[in-house]
Each structure stands twice: as structure tokens, then as C-alpha cells.
Design a protein around this ligand. Structure first.
Ligand code: SF4
Length: 165
């Protein structure tokens, strides 16, 4: 039996969390506490409700959109998210993941299951939101320190590779 996922909300058909229309899953919990965070209510690890992989896959398949993991920071639930990510990839969708950790930090497994989860992620939007670097012109990012990273290519080459989207 898979561990339930703690999710604050699911947005079906957003165009701001990656290319095209996407199903965005906002996971509960974030300890980065970036000043100016756009989504403070999701800092609470107990916010929202429990969802099973099957419940989330039902929504994802119904809409047929690619998927974004956001929050909160989905990495804090890395181990529990792996079965969901696996099912999403098996169904043929791509996955973007927002996180307050940098990509280099992710490679050091800040939370158990991080590297296992990364195998299923196509793109990571990394790093904390930095208010002084806020830029509303940036596509899919809040501040200019954040990068959109091609995860598969980065893991293959052993260096951080930006995604050309
Ligand atoms: S990582 Fe994201 S959700 Fe977490 S505090 Fe920073 S901006 Fe907010």
C-alpha cells in the first residue's frame, strides 16, 4: 500500500506552471520560508487532505495534461511521491517539479527518496524565491536565481544543464 500524499490543491488546466496546459499538484509543506513566498498557506505540512496515487491519477488521466508538482515543496514528500511519478510517466505525461532546493542540493539527497524521485522528473525549477531578484517577466519562474533544469540530461552528463523550452 502506497503512503498517502498530503496535497493542498490540484489545479486542472493551468498554463503558468510549465509549457502547455498542465495539471498542477500543490503538495503540503515547505521549510524554506522564503520572504515574499506566493503561497504561504502551503508551508504547513498538515494543510490540505490525503490523496492516494489512484485518486490523483484519475484527475490526471481525465484531463490528459502534462503534470507539475508544486507546493509547498514536493521534495519533502519525495519518497511518497515516487509511486505517483512512476504512474504519471507510465501513462506518458511529462513532469515538471518546483522546489526551494537547488539542483545541486537535490543531488545530495536532502530528503530521503530525492534521487529516486528525480529519475522520473523531466524538469526541475530550482532554488528559493528571492524577493530582491523578483522578475515578473520571467517565464515559469518568480526570481532570476531560479533555473529550469533538464534533469535527464543533467544526470546523464554529470553537470547542471538548463532546459531549452
Ligand atoms: S520554496 Fe516556494 S513554497 Fe517554499 S517558501 Fe519558498 S517560494 Fe514559498
Amino acid at each position: 500500500m502506497n503512503k498517502p500524499l498530503r496535497v493542498v490543491r490540484v489545479i486542472e488546466g493551468t498554463s503558468v506552471d510549465g509549457p502547455g496546459l498542465r495539471t498542477s499538484i500543490y503538495f503540503a509543506g515547505c521549510a524554506h520560508r522564503c520572504p515574499g513566498c506566493h503561497n504561504e498557506p502551503t508551508w504547513d505540512f498538515a494543510a490540505g487532505d490525503n490523496f492516494s496515487v489512484e485518486q490523483l491519477m484519475e484527475k490526471i488521466s481525465y484531463n490528459g495534461f502534462d503534470v507539475t508538482f508544486s507546493g509547498g515543496d514536493p521534495i519533502y514528500q519525495a519518497e511518497a511521491v515516487i509511486p505517483l511519478a512512476k504512474a504519471i510517466k507510465a501513462a506518458g505525461y511529462n513532469i515538471w517539479c518546483y522546489t526551494g532546493f537547488t539542483f545541486e542540493e537535490l543531488l545530495e539527497e536532502p530528503v530521503q527518496g530525492t534521487r529516486g524521485l528525480l529519475k522520473y522528473i523531466d524538469a526541475v525549477v530550482d532554488g528559493p524565491f528571492v524577493l530582491a531578484l523578483r522578475d515578473t517577466e520571467l517565464l515559469f519562474r518568480g526570481s532570476s536565481n531560479q533555473r529550469v533544469i533538464d534533469v535527464h540530461e543533467s544526470l546523464r552528463r554529470g553537470e547542471t544543464v538548463l532546459l531549452d523550452f
